[in-house]
Design a protein around this ligand. Structure first.
Ligand code: AP5
Length: 213
């Protein structure tokens, strides 16, 4: 099963992908996480993309496709995957279609998480990520500065500043939102209201996918 999770920044793509990955036994492929790993490991690619990501702009399509294509070809993805953060524009969607056609695979569903702009700002301004294990949490649910899973230090993402969030939302409106029509035309789109608790949203996503647990 190949599923795309899309939605504006802070709509909960990563949160839902983590839960669904465990429930469905599919790898969670986040291009944002892959790029942040390159930055943390100080690779040449990481240096190339750090400034772009800090500003909230999109990394060039060919750069993202290169790291994603390697992942998709790996054995861990042979039974399917959950894509989070890719594609980000129509050109990337076409590149993905071309890549899948070579392996005779196809996208089964595109889950579009719908959330208000005010809620996005609330979520992103309070998001904290564990430096050690990558767990994502929110200041409203954590009393301390330590990760509830491993005790690692929680930090704020560089692109969660109010300036970068504003840019990311503008980029989403101009470049990513047209994908809603792209996938609706292909009858793959499943709109899901992403307001409410993460657990409520997981149930809605599973129902949209025709699955229940
Ligand atoms: P990426 O990492 O993909 O960021 P994004 O799309 O902006 O999405 P976020 O990770 O900010 O949010 P999310 O929807 O995953 O929400 P989350 O679950 O964390 O991309 C970052 C950058 O990388 C891009 O700007 C670009 O530069 C580059 N990039 C990545 N992919 C690219 C591509 N394909 N092409 C080009 N460039 C690319 O939740 C957010 C917060 O809300 C958390 O604190 C969470 O705990 C909380 N929360 C989640 N659900 C709920 C809920 N239901 N109720 C209350 N709080 C909630």
């Amino acid at each position: 099963m190949q599923v795309i999770l899309m939605g504006p920044p802070g709509s909960g793509k990563g949160t839902q992908a983590d839960v669904l990955s465990k429930k469905l036994g599919l790898p969670h492929l986040s291009t944002g996480n892959m790029l942040r790993r390159e930055i943390a490991e100080k690779t040449p690619l990481g240096f190339k993309v750090e400034e772009i990501m800090g500003k909230g702009l999109l990394v060039p399509d060919d750069v993202v496709l290169e790291i994603l294509a390697k992942k998709l070809a790996s054995p861990e993805c042979s039974q399917g995957y959950l894509l989070d953060g890719f594609p980000r524009n129509v050109a990337q969607a076409e590149m993905l279609d071309a890549l899948l056609a070579k392996t005779r695979k196809k996208i089964d569903a595109v889950v579009n998480l719908e959330v208000t702009r005010d809620e996005v700002v609330r979520r992103l301004s309070g998001r904290r990520t564990c430096m050690a294990c990558g767990t994502v949490t929110h200041v409203s649910t954590t009393a301390s500065n330590a990760c509830f899973k491993c005790g690692g230090q929680l930090i704020q993402r560089q692109d969660d500043s109010i300036e970068s969030v504003t840019t990311r939302l503008d980029v989403y409106e101009k470049q990513t939102k047209p994908l809603i029509q792209y996938y609706a035309q292909r009858k793959l789109l499943k709109n899901v209201t992403a307001m409410g608790t993460p657990q409520e949203i997981t149930l809605r996503v599973l129902s949209a996918l025709g699955l229940s647990f």
